[in-house]
Design a protein around this ligand. Structure first.
Ligand code: PEP
Ligand code: MG
Length: 325
C-alpha cells in the first residue's frame, strides 16, 4: 500500500489514449540531477559512472566510489528508480588511466564490460561501492553495458553475486537484491533475445552504439555520418524485436540512446512497445510534449508500416510523413 502511494505522488506522462510512458534522466555528472528533479523526472534511467573518472590518472578506490554513488542516491528522490551502469570505459569514452591500452580499433576492442571482466578487481570494487551506497534504497538497478553473449551476462551477474556473498560474510551493509539488467547495444544479442529477456530484469537499448555496431558506422565520425542511419530498416527491425521479447517476458524495456529524445522517432518507439524513455534532462520538456501528443494505437499502426519498409529511402519517407494526428 505504501508503494502505491509513493507511485501516485510521482509525475506521470501519458499518450492521448492513456498509455503510460515513463520518462527518466540520463545523468553524467551529479550536478545534472537538480535540473532533472526540477523537471519532475520519474527517476534515473542511466547514470554513466565513467564520467567522474575520465581525467583521473588512477582508478578511484572502492571507498572513493562509495562516496560518489552515495551522493547520487542522496540527491535522488527516495522511491524513484535509479539505474547505475557499470564502467563503460573505452571506445568514445577514453579514460586516462586506460590509455596504456593501444588498439587499432578501440570501438571493437577491450572496452566496456569486456574491460571490467578482464580487470575483475576494478569491477568488484565498483559493484561493491554501488551496492554499499544503495543500502536501504528501493528500486536500484544495476546495468551492464555492451553485453555480447548470454555467457558474458551470466558471468557479470556471477561477479555481482560473489560481491554480495563476500559483503554478507564481512557484515558490510549493502543492497542485496538490486534489479540486474543489460544494455542492448550489439546486434549479436538479437539471435537469443528471448533467453536474455528471461535472465535480465530489464533491457535498456543504447541506440547510439546499437546503430554504430549494426551498420558498421562510427558514431562520432563525420565522414561516415551519412551511413549512420537511425531509421535504417535493420535498426528498426532490431528495436522492434527487442521490445517484443521484453513484452513477452514482462520486463521493462527502455531506450536511453539519443533516439529517445528525437520527436521524429518517439512515435515509432512507443508504437513498438517501448514504455520507458531515458534522456538528457535538458530534453525532458520536449519529450514530454511529444509523448502527450502521440496516439498509441496510431503509433502502433505507424510502427508496423515503418517495419514493412526494406529500403532506407522508403523508411525516410514514412518517417517524414509521421503517424498523423
Ligand atoms: C548508447 O550507446 O546509446 C548509450 C546510451 O550509451 P553511451 O552513449 O554512453 O555509449
Ligand atoms: Mg553505449
Amino acid at each position: 500500500e505504501k508503494r502505491a502511494k509513493t507511485r501516485e505522488m510521482q509525475p506521470a506522462t501519458y499518450t492521448i489514449d492513456n498509455r503510460r510512458i515513463r520518462l527518466l534522466a540520463n545523468i553524467n555528472l551529479l550536478s545534472e540531477i537538480q535540473l532533472a528533479r526540477e523537471l519532475k523526472v520519474e527517476g534515473i534511467g542511466l547514470y554513466r559512472t565513467e564520467f567522474p573518472f575520465l581525467i583521473r590518472s588512477n582508478f578511484p578506490s572502492e571507498d572513493e566510489q562509495y562516496l560518489i554513488y552515495k551522493g547520487l542516491f542522496d540527491k535522488t528522490e527516495p522511491g524513484t528508480v535509479t539505474t547505475v551502469r557499470t564502467l563503460d570505459a573505452g571506445g568514445d569514452k577514453v579514460i586516462k588511466h586506460t590509455d596504456f591500452i593501444q588498439e587499432a580499433n578501440p570501438a571493437l576492442g577491450l572496452r566496456s564490460i569486456r574491460f571490467s571482466l578482464k580487470h575483475r578487481h576494478i569491477f568488484r570494487a565498483q559493484i561493491r561501492a554501488i551496492l554499499r551506497a544503495a543500502h536501504g534504497r528501493e528500486k536500484v538497478r544495476l546495468m551492464f553495458p555492451l553485453i555480447s553473449s548470454i555467457d558474458e551476462f551470466l558471468t557479470a551477474k556471477q561477479v555481482m553475486a560473489q560481491c554480495i556473498h563476500q559483503m554478507e560474510q564481512e557484515g558490510v551493509p549493502h543492497k542485496n537484491d538490486p534489479e540486474v539488467g543489460m544494455m542492448v547495444e550489439l546486434p549479436s544479442v538479437l539471435a537469443t533475445i528471448d533467453e536474455f529477456a528471461q535472465l535480465a530484469d530489464f533491457f535498456s537499448i543504447g541506440t547510439n552504439d546499437f546503430i554504430q555496431y549494426m551498420l558498421g558506422a562510427d558514431r562520432g565520425n563525420e565522414l561516415v555520418a551519412e551511413h549512420y542511419i537511425s531509421y535504417h530498416p535493420a535498426v528498426n527491425c532490431g528495436i522492434a524485436k527487442i521490445a517484443a521479447a521484453a513484452i513477452r517476458h514482462d520486463i521493462d524495456v527502455s531506450v536511453c540512446g539519443e533516439m529517445a529524445h528525437d520527436p521524429d522517432h518517439i512515435p515509432f518507439l512507443i508504437g513498438v512497445g517501448i514504455t520507458t524513455l531515458s534522456v538528457d534532462p535538458k530534453f525532458l520538456p520536449r519529450v514530454q510534449a511529444t509523448v502527450m501528443r502521440t496516439n498509441f494505437s496510431r503509433a502502433s499502426a505507424y510502427a508496423r508500416l515503418l517495419l514493412k519498409q526494406t529500403r532506407v529511402k522508403d523508411a525516410a519517407e514514412v518517417l517524414k510523413t509521421g503517424p498523423g494526428k
